[in-house]
Design a protein around this ligand. Sequence first.
Ligand code: KIV
Ligand code: ZN
Length: 499
Amino acid sequence: MRTIKIFDTTLRDGEQSPGASMNVTEKLQLGKQLVRLGVDVIEAGFPIASPGDFDAVQQIATEVTGATIAGLARAKELDIKSAYDALKHAPQKRIHTFHSTSDIHLKYQFRVSREEALKRSVEMVKYARSLVDDVEFSPMDATRTDIGYLIEVVAAVIEAGASTVNIPDTVGYTIPVEFGEMIRKIKERIGDSAVISVHCHNDLGLAVANSVAAVLNGAGQVECTINGIGERAGNCSMEEIVMCIKTRKDIFNAQTNINTQEIIRTSRLVTRITGIQVQLNKAIVGANAFAHESGIHQDGLLKEKMTYEIITPSDIGLTRTELVMGKHSGRHAFKTRLKELGYELSDSETETAFDKFKRLADQKKEIFDEDLEALVSEEVSKIPETYSLVELKVESGTNLKPTAKLRIKINSREVETTANGDGPVDAVYKAIVDITKTSSSLLKFEVKSITGGTDALGEVMVTLEQDGKKVRGSGADTDILVAAAKAYINALNKLTPKK
Ligand code: KIV
Ligand code: ZN
């Protein structure tokens, strides 16, 4: 049986989703989770794009082991050298270089001839190969490229040393029957001399379908992102293509190295980090993906799950109905469960998280994995704090002007203020702005409950902007106003790093 490689580009193409930028700590956290998930390649970023990108790729290359780490580079010496410098400490590294090949791009954007594009691609693949053994080349906008010329470029870069050729549907233009045929023709020409990869965008909602067609016609690697995030309408969704190959093994006669039970956890982590919510009816990871509403379906399911369920929730790691911990659970059980969930905390992080857990257990009868993950991810992705919440009291109600009394620490100094607002959240935020003397604007405010029930842990996510810089903050608490305050303060800490 063939093994299809999964190349995850959540940290690179995924980060190109509007508003999805991640900081280095978040990228490292996600990189480590991608290894637990079992991806073969992690595209960690585009090192030449900014010093921040370079730094993130370098840290991932140094600290994330267990997958090949790739860095993106245009077919330019400076880009390739920068990718190499960022990647050089990774035990397994790949330079992914690209050049457009469609006449549209060559004529209007780059103003170079087909011959020049081919020559540059070959030279740059050779240069990349002088630095690393593993080089991937992408002819950008491949699906709008003349097929004869595309095959010529693909064959030439393989000859120059590329071991993977990635065929991107850069603008999400192709359809399955056409893309399958394109991959078949390339495979016919190159045989097993290199791995054919595909990278499909979702502009027509066909990214997964096109990737399926490619795999059926000889592609051996799929580039994808968690939750399908990415440039414009996004990329092929990792969870969908992987579960498709797994569920219809009979047709694909193929498998992936993905540990599917890590899917839901990875999906939630990406949501938490990027602030991009998954639609309710999204395949595999949407909240309704396993919810059966119709009476006929429920009746069938009660008799035999197979009647209406092609994937079981546990296949993707959904253990929602499993009660995990309660008030009487001890430190040992807490630590063991965290380990099972993939969190390795230091002793001091464990202590802080355990304290939070005990406080939560006083407020909430049943604590589920999702609650634990929310508590712990606050610890894991903690950044040095300029501001921290000490106490919040809010008064509001009918015929009452909402008032927030807030006490926070600025560095180690405690300060207090009171503010009124149009609503309770407005009062809390006015108090924070007043006391911190900050002037960011609130672009987005979202609330969701982590589990069901009136005692559920609520999670608030905010996006703030200051001097053109956008940051996201999140906070979780059983009191939604406290969660809102934590989220705002978390975002402010990202805007004002501790000196
Ligand atoms: O969509 C695209 O063409 C890309 C390339 C850089 C592979 O992201
Ligand atoms: Zn792309």
